[in-house]
Design a protein around this ligand. Structure first.
Ligand code: GCW
Length: 674
């Protein structure tokens, strides 16, 4: 008897431990199999039947409604509250169903009607996944889409992966991925790295893409591919020239055009709702139209014409430097290359630009390309994977950074949002449990860019660490106790508000310990995790070297981007142009980004440059210490495995923040020491 009880207890604990390894993301609903659901038999119906705790829901197709929008009404029927979700189609119903489930997690108040429609039509993840299964800037394991096989070892003993199209796909995992995305409104995914292998467009891989498209379609997710501009030179296209490639990739060459048309036809024959192509051209060594003295518009339009008959789009990246304007201040090059092309693009081309003009730094001024392009459609590319923000080892919640961007670039200037995904084969998908919040926040902001960072963090915290549907779970209930909690209104002190505060402060802390007062791109070469302020290598482009960005010498520090320097400030609209150009009005958080100052310069605080830097490094480190304190306090409320895993990472974060402080202060201090 005793043995049985013991065994049962052990099994329960084992189950609990397994259930809380983070794999379920924010979707920790427990099956209750309770609600009666009427209407079309669809994914929304399945989700609600299984997980909704209310009595009954009517699902109604209303063709008059807008694509992806939904309306939730609360009705009384025979003295009981009944929910009715209406939408144009099953995908809208699914979005409505997730809204209902999300509210139930947040202790649904229940009586208000809700209508919602996405702000952007294009809400797309960009996976930088390679066909051999590795991920560029991936910090959560190998690719969920592409599997390679081992092809030997590097000299340092790392496994070399080679492509292997025969590897089976993991249908269950991809369904889980699709469900997670649908639950936050993401409706597109680019399956491969922008540094694209031409092989992506070979028949064997197109067949795999078709399989993914079939799994993702019921969740409202379209597939897109990154393409290598020189693909026609190595890969056959069905029905084109007996399978022979072309000798050039010149976008004005008739054979090249015909090749892309044939390729588009080949893809759309098997994936009729294929989304289109994402292109990185003439940037960081990628081929592009410039190789043939053609413009970005020539290249983009040629591809746009190929996919146009099928309703496809081209997302053409403006992240270009080094090719057409070598030597020019790197942050200026996108505008230099694209400004004069504005209006010359087909209507199914969208210019996709990173939020900042440099490269996903923890804080950049917004990218002025958004001010300079008026007749061409534009999308913003945000980076969910924290390449320069501690990767999957630091707790950094990115919504405040993205909201900051929207403060400068009106959401309505854009037609869509892309996010570089942080997803891999790690059991918890994102490496760090809190990095899941960035995937979540990306989807929520793409749906509604006016949501506040705080609202999103609350939703995510409650659904990720709060009660998992089953209110008898002690951890969940205690998690919320002491809070006056509803989704949008949290007061009082409880673990939730402590964690909320940590999340909301985390980005600023990262800026403090990585790039105080506008110092930028002083990361260790290539890996971009730790500091390397003295980084200089004559064998790589100068604009990859940290010393290019801070330009410190014994007298001064900072990059003069004003009218006396590179004049990057002139690319900004007013009032920002003036504001940034004048050292008296330039916000100090951008000081060394736009200005070069003597070491004796005093900031508004009265501190010298080095003193101010010291202040920020110290504050950043202290913040991380405080995050650890809060996490310790939250321990009784958080399941063990996730608590331990986050704790270990917070320790790394603290070590790394201290390393930034000591390395940078030592290095920069050396200039001012006699
Ligand atoms: O942020 C930089 C990364 C590269 C990346 C590039 C890009 C995919 O360090 O790894 O390449 O940007 O956005 O194209």
């Amino acid at each position: 008897m005793k043995k049985t009880v013991l065994l049962l207890m052990m099994m329960t604990f084992a189950w609990m431990a397994k259930a809380e390894d983070g794999h379920q993301l924010w979707l920790r609903y427990q099956p209750v199999n309770k609600a009666k659901v009427t209407g079309p038999e669809c994914m929304a119906a399945q989700e609600l039947k299984t997980y909704y705790q209310g009595e009954s829901v009517h699902l109604v197709i209303d063709p008059a409604m807008e694509e992806d929008a939904y309306r939730i009404k609360v009705k009384e029927e025979k003295g009981k509250k009944v929910k009715e979700i209406s939408a144009k189609n099953e995908i809208g119903l699914l979005y409505g169903a997730y809204e209902l489930l999300r509210r139930q997690g947040d202790r649904e108040t229940g009586s208000q009607d809700i209508t919602s429609k996405p702000f952007y039509k294009l809400r797309i993840l960009n996976h930088w996944d390679n066909l051999n299964g590795t991920i560029e800037r991936g910090y959560a394991g190998l690719s969920i889409f592409w599997k390679g096989k081992e092809g030997g070892k590097t000299r340092r003993g790392h496994t070399i992966f080679v492509e292997d199209p025969d590897q089976p796909i993991d249908t269950e995992l991809i369904k889980e991925y699709a469900r997670a995305n649908a639950s936050i409104g993401i409706n597109g995914t680019v399956l491969n790295n922008v540094n694209a292998s031409p092989k992506m467009l070979s028949a064997v891989y197109i067949n795999k893409v078709k399989q993914y498209a079939d799994i993702l379609r019921p969740y409202g997710i379209k597939v897109y591919l990154s393409v290598n501009f020189a693909s026609p030179m190595t890969i056959p296209a069905k029905g084109f020239n007996g399978g022979k490639p072309v000798k050039t990739a010149d976008p004005l060459n008739a054979q090249v055009k015909a090749w892309w048309k044939a390729k588009a036809k080949e893809i759309y024959a098997v994936i009729p709702d294929f989304g289109g192509f994402l292109v990185k051209a003439n940037s960081e060594g990628q081929p592009g139209p410039f190789d043939y003295k053609r413009t970005h518009a020539d290249g983009a339009n040629m591809l746009a014409d190929a996919v146009k008959p099928f309703g496809g789009i081209i997302m053409w990246r403006s992240f270009v430097y080094g090719a057409a304007h070598p030597g020019e201040d790197r942050v200026k090059q996108a505008v230099s290359e694209f400004k004069d092309l504005d209006g010359k693009f087909r209507d199914n081309v969208i210019l996709q630009s990173k939020n900042g003009p440099l490269d996903f730094q923890p804080r950049e001024p917004y990218a002025p390309i958004f001010d300079n392009i008026h007749q061409t459609k534009q999308m913003a590319e945000l980076q969910i994977t924290q390449e320069y923000l501690g990767q999957s080892r630091h707790l950094v919640y990115l919504a405040p950074m993205w909201r900051e961007f929207f403060g400068f670039v009106e959401p309505s200037r854009l037609v869509g949002i892309a996010g570089v995904a942080n997803i891999g084969l790690d059991r918890n998908w994102c490496g760090h449990h809190f990095s899941q919040a960035n995937w979540y926040a990306f989807g929520r902001l793409a749906w509604d860019p006016t949501l506040t960072s705080e609202q999103i963090a609350q939703e995510w915290l409650v659904s990720t660490f709060g009660p998992a549907g089953d209110s008898s779970r002690l951890t969940g209930d205690r998690f919320l106790s002491g809070c006056n909690a509803s989704a949008n209104n949290l007061t009082g002190t409880c673990p939730l508000s402590g964690l909320l505060s940590v999340m909301l402060r985390s980005r600023e802390a990262c800026v403090d310990y990585m790039m105080p007062i506008g110092l930028h791109h002083i990361f260790a070469f290539d890996e971009h995790y730790g500091p390397e302020p003295d980084g200089y290598n004559p064998h790589v482009p100068y604009e990859w070297c940290p010393v290019y960005y801070h330009q410190a010498n014994k007298d001064s520090i900072g990059f003069d981007r004003t009218h006396t320097g590179s004049n990057a400030t002139a690319q900004y609209r007013e009032p920002y142009c003036q504001l940034y150009d004048d050292i008296n009005t330039c916000p100090e958080r951008y000081l060394l980004w736009f200005h070069r100052v003597p070491w004796t310069y005093r900031l508004k605080s009265g501190r010298t440059v080095l003193e101010e830097m010291t202040f920020h490094y110290d504050r950043g480190v202290k913040e991380v210490e405080d995050f650890i304190r809060v996490w310790n306090e939250a321990k009784p409320f958080i399941d063990d495995q996730r608590w331990q895993e986050v704790d270990a990472r917070l320790q790394h974060q603290l070590d790394n923040a201290k390393e930034w402080r000591s390395t940078c202060l030592n290095y920069f201090g050396s200039f001012t020491r006699p």
